[in-house]
Design a protein around this ligand. Structure first.
Ligand SMILES: [Zn+2]
Length: 316
């Protein structure tokens, strides 16, 4: 397993609501060798020790207990990640880290803390946010828990667990609701950690979700902006930073793949921060979304944003 093409350690954040099957899924991936060589960090809010035997498939395991990694234990998480980055500087192989958050964690502050820390930003790239959703209780959680919705909105990949136990009449509306909350995440099903196909939910109505104050009155939508291959990279970055400063609360996520003379660049942002761009390997992930920027959020229109980008970056 190798790190990011630019040499940084790849970090996967694994989140999901309480009981959403994170540990089962992770244990299975480790057992199958899918995350070989990964250093696993397990975050437990309680002080109870994690069953380390169940994570035998990982080459290394750190336990972050007695606080949630997105808030109370965020400082300790940053210290631990700095230590892992240091180990690498002194020659030890750490190419990949998987952080299993507690069920009460919002991945956004974790991702932001890594990007805002100069040492961590230099050594660690948050490569993906994977969120598990329980096929049995997910729909109910999405309806009642703002945190459950926040987790889903930040995911690059949604893994729907316990598919075998789900009733299709519940599962399809849940999938449609997840798609509404996060129009671009990859979605897959799992039973005891093994991948299974999801049913077709085209045409199924999503659940009408409760609104969260004035800001949430408008629905979350994905807006796709065309970015020509000849765009001025600096101008694009400036435009995006300005947008996130002004409208960071409205923009939940930014993702795009842009061809530049240096190669295909993956640009990602969460709320107020933009991650430093990653050079993608040819034929790697992100295929099919070249030269486009996808913004997920509320209260902006495709036309206005495209016009603003054009004015700023001088695009025809
Ligand atoms: Zn927290």
């Amino acid at each position: 397993m190798t790190g990011a093409p630019d040499g940084r350690i790849r970090l996967t954040v694994l989140g999901g609501f309480l009981g959403a099957g994170k540990s089962t899924w992770l244990r299975h991936q480790l057992h199958e060798g899918a995350l070989q060589g990964a250093h696993v960090i397990v975050n437990e809010i309680a002080d109870t020790p994690v069953d380390q035997v169940m994570l035998r498939g990982s080459s290394a395991l750190s336990l972050l207990a007695g606080g949630c990694a997105c808030c109370a234990a965020l400082g300790r998480l940053v210290a631990l990640l700095r230590e892992l980055a240091d180990r690498r500087v002194s020659g030890l192989r750490v190419e990949r880290i998987v952080l299993e958050t507690s069920g009460l964690a919002d991945p956004a502050p974790i991702v932001a803390a890594i990007r805002d820390d100069p040492v961590l930003a230099h050594h660690i790239l948050v490569s993906d946010v994977i969120v598990t959703v329980d096929a049995l209780h997910g729909l109910e959680q999405l309806a009642s828990e703002p945190l459950g919705r926040a987790q889903v909105q930040l995911a690059d990949r949604l893994v729907i667990t316990k598919i075998d136990a789900a009733d299709m009449a519940q599962l399809c509306p849940m999938l449609a609701t997840l798609r509404t909350l996060n129009p671009t995440a990859a979605m897959s099903g799992a039973v005891h950690g093994s991948p299974v196909a999801l049913p077709d939910f085209a045409g199924v109505a999503p659940l009408a979700l409760p609104t969260e104050g004035a800001a949430a009155v408008q629905p979350v939508a994905a807006v796709k902006l065309a970015v020509g291959g000849d765009i001025d990279w600096t101008a694009l970055t400036l435009w995006l930073s300005a947008l996130l400063h002004a409208r960071g609360d409205a923009v939940l996520r930014v993702k795009g793949v842009i061809r530049t003379p240096a190669g295909r660049l993956l640009l990602q942002g969460v709320r107020h921060t933009v991650q430093s761009p990653e050079i993608l390997l040819e034929n790697g992930d992100g295929a099919g979304e070249d030269d486009a920027l996808v913004l997920i959020g509320r209260g902006f229109s495709q036309r206005t944003l495209q016009r603003s980008l054009r004015a700023f970056a001088g695009q025809a």
